[in-house]
Design a protein around this ligand. Structure first.
Ligand SMILES: [Zn+2]
Length: 142
């Protein structure tokens, strides 16, 4: 693991867990954020993920940062906030817990977008949450 990957963005979240991707490894895509993207990830970790962890215990991130190439490869929306380091997908094994997380974020935290994904699925598999420094966060729930 490189020194950059070991970097802690916040008390419990490392840069590595926000950039690791099976697809990136299989396809030899470095998927390394620049400083601006890293700063966005840091704010996401401090302002959203840490409060969530304090409330709910350990959480698993299935996807954080995605460079453009990786984003295309995994079928992400063009311009996805993942490409800016502004979004994370939180694994939802337990829908009840996922719903409590959603309610907690909505009631207590500043956020840009919250999305149950895959969109339209009967059973959600992950919770997409984003946070931006570029403008006012929209507090949008899809
Ligand atoms: Zn997402």
């Amino acid at each position: 693991m490189t020194q950059q990957e070991r970097l802690h963005l916040s008390e419990h979240f490392t840069l590595y867990e926000m950039m690791r991707s099976g697809t990136a490894i299989e396809n030899n895509i470095p998927n390394i954020p620049n400083l601006q993207q890293e700063q966005a990830l840091r704010h996401l970790a401090i302002d959203i993920l840490e409060p969530l962890r304090r409330q709910f215990g350990p959480i698993v991130i299935s996807s954080g940062f995605r460079c453009q190439k990786l984003n295309r490869m995994v079928g992400g929306m063009p311009g996805s906030q993942h490409t800016r380091g502004e979004a994370a997908d939180i694994v939802v094994n337990d829908v009840e817990r996922g719903l409590r997380m959603l309610a907690f974020i909505k009631a207590r935290l500043d956020f840009d977008q919250l999305v149950w994904e895959p969109l339209g699925a009967a059973v959600p598999r992950w919770l997409h949450v984003s946070y931006t420094l570029r403008r006012k966060n929209r507090r949008m729930i899809l």
